[in-house]
Design a protein around this ligand. Sequence first.
Ligand SMILES: Nc1ncnc2c1ncn2[C@@H]1O[C@H](COP(=O)(O)OP(=O)(O)O)[C@@H](O)[C@H]1O
Ligand SMILES: [Mg+2]
Length: 141
Amino acid sequence: MIAVTKSYEETFDFGRILGRVLKPGDVVALDGGLGSGKTCLCAGICRALGVKDVVTSPTYTIVHEYEGVFPVYHIDAYRISGAEDFEASCGSEILCGGNVCLVEWGGRIASCLPPNTIYVEIKISGGGAREITVNGIDVEY
Ligand SMILES: Nc1ncnc2c1ncn2[C@@H]1O[C@H](COP(=O)(O)OP(=O)(O)O)[C@@H](O)[C@H]1O
Ligand SMILES: [Mg+2]
């Protein structure tokens, strides 16, 4: 499905809608340029999953772990150079098991992503709008 959002708040709210249909074991890979809204969408997803912390970009730490209704891992793969580096930085076991895993720049670790991965692609269009394409899960929007 494709959603068009026109502000930070609308993208956050779309993240909440997506977050409500996630279950433990789900991996969400987000791609789109710098500033397209990946972290904003992840913050909305985390809100829906009961995370109380303020969600910030894991750009430098690579991975943030949040406590929600189940653990939520938020990864920024921008500086990860492939499967080996991902294994060393995060450990591939975080992509399975009883948690949800959100991966910004998921394309950079494409070979590590499981077959059930949910793909989110964000395109910046004019006037602050974002075109958000979701594949791998049904979302009512
Ligand atoms: N429709 C929109 N959705 C999300 N963010 C938007 C939108 N329009 C403008 N913005 C701005 O774009 C930026 C998105 O930042 P962020 O979520 O950190 O992006 P990314 O993680 O993809 O680099 C924020 O500064 C936000 O205010
Ligand atoms: Mg980001």
